[in-house]
Design a protein around this ligand. Structure first.
Ligand code: HAM
Length: 447
């Protein structure tokens, strides 16, 4: 049996075989035609806002070497430990559907030598990601993010730019947002803190579950990501605060980022427990949260990661970035996005009757579309009455009727749906005459 052969679900009724539909995978969603205009509108805003800050779009492959995420996100994180969709290809290589985009973007930056083009590279993305989490509202197994990475500047103004870009986009659609901010310092000062953290929690290690007990030994910072209430309670009571154990340069960096954001009027809240669930962060960590999201309250997360480029084999350059969840943003926005315009209206429904009218109808539709009209033509060969019903359903502004009589006379009948006005016009001049009544909805290509 070939590796890809799967049993096909079939039901047998007598001699008849009925195929069953293949169920959708848990935790994934179809984005249906009623929803795609909202997505497109949001995506256009993201493209426009990223461009306004000088960021350029990057697109990376759907899968990467598993090692990329183990080395960057970290082997003790939930993402790498429990959530990755990893598989082995036919050549035995370990691959993973991307669970996040910072590591792929940095891999692309290094491999394409983008650092040689300019000392600072500003990149943004909109993409689908995969994490095998327990699905619930705002938490999916395939979800979408937009995000940005600024690679090259160590200075606090770069952090401020990234957080402002994230906040500008999110706040264009969602209200009541808060920016949670913290600093976790540089790894050079972190080992002393980690030792202190371990020492202060070790006397209580019996109260931890197996996973958190392991984290206490291997990577105690990850305890802050724990979903276990006991662990969070012990952290509240006994853990030292990381921002109190960073270098004076790191503390100054943090103070400048915080005051810079406050001066811009952003609602900033210092959250001393915010360490973020990925290993690559240094100094600044932040999240944008919404009270309208429930348990999954983070709309956006990010921070500085000054060591990652070098750790992945690139030059020693600092970087900072963010990513926001599109599904969560839509939930927080309450379904409708402010400023959204209705999708293109249908200008013309082309009613055809009789065999000889099909090809002229195809040609007329093509001609009208070239002039910018949105045209739907009949392809189900329905009765005239049913075609008019369909024209009404689509909200078409006009109907053009092309039947054998019209073909013979070189004409077409125009009916305006609003006023009911009807007239017979010359087929050759249909576009011009239609223009006396309707302006095309769509911009003409190249026009
Ligand atoms: P993250 O916090 O793992 O960070 O994800 C960022 C955002 O993606 C979250 O705040 C959330 O809105 C959304 N998200 C994450 N997981 C899911 C899920 N299962 N379902 C729906 N939405 C989800 C990162 O991914 C980092 N790469 C961010 C970053 C960029 N740091 C620096 N640069």
């Amino acid at each position: 049996m070939a590796a890809w052969s799967v049993p096909v679900s079939k039901i047998y009724r007598g001699n008849e075989t009925i195929s069953q539909s293949v169920p959708r995978i848990k935790g994934v969603r179809d984005i249906l035609p009623d929803e795609t205009p909202v997505w497109r509108f949001l995506e256009q805003k993201i493209h426009a806002q990223a461009a306004a800050f000088g960021y350029r779009e990057i697109r990376t492959p759907a899968f990467e070497a598993t090692e990329l995420f183990v080395r960057s996100v970290g082997s003790e994180t939930d993402i790498v430990n429990k959530e990755m969709y990893s598989f082995t290809d036919q050549a035995g290589k370990g691959l993973t559907l991307k669970p996040e985009l910072t590591a792929p973007v940095i891999r692309a930056y290094i491999q394409n030598n983008l650092h040689r083009e300019a000392p600072l590279t500003r990149l943004y993305y909109i993409d689908a990601l995969y994490r095998q989490e327990r699905p619930q509202k705002g938490r999916l197994r395939q979800f979408h993010q937009f995000g940005a990475e600024a690679i090259g500047s160590p200075y606090p103004e770069q952090d401020i730019e990234i957080i402002t870009l994230a906040y500008d986009i999110c706040s264009a659609f969602c209200s009541d947002l808060t920016v949670r901010l913290n600093t976790i310092g540089d790894p050079s000062s972190r080992s002393t803190f980690l030792e202190l953290l371990r020492k202060s929690l070790e006397p209580h290690s019996a109260a931890f579950g197996p996973l958190d007990r392991r984290r206490l030994q291997s990577n105690p910072l990850r305890l802050f990501d724990s979903k276990d209430e006991h662990t969070q309670d012990l952290l509240d009571r006994f853990a030292p605060r990381i921002h109190e154990h960073v270098s004076s340069e790191d503390a100054e960096h943090f103070a400048t980022v915080k005051s810079g954001l406050e001066a811009l009027g952003l609602p900033v809240l210092h959250d001393p427990k915010l360490v973020r669930g990925l290993d690559y962060y240094t100094r600044t960590t932040f999240e944008i949260i919404s009270p309208h999201l429930g348990a999954q309250d983070a709309l956006c997360g990010g921070g500085r990661y000054d060591r990652l480029v070098e750790d992945l084999g690139g030059p020693s350059v600092p970087a900072v970035g963010f990513a926001a969840g599109i599904e969560r943003l839509l939930i927080a926005a309450g379904g409708e996005l402010p400023g959204q315009v209705p999708p293109n209206q249908v200008d013309v429904y082309l009613v055809s009757k009789g065999d000889r009218s099909t090809q002229p109808a195809i040609e007329l539709a093509a001609k009208l579309r070239k002039s910018g009209y949105v045209v739907i033509m009949e392809t189900l060969r329905r009765s005239i009455k049913a075609q008019f019903r369909e024209a009404n359903r689509t909200g078409a502004r006009a109907v053009l009727i092309l039947g054998d009589d019209e073909i013979a006379a070189g004409s077409v009948t125009l009916k305006l749906m609003d006023s009911g006005h009807q007239e017979t016009i010359s087929l050759d001049r249909a576009t011009d005459i239609l223009g006396d009544y309707l302006r095309p909805e769509r911009p003409v290509d190249g026009g």
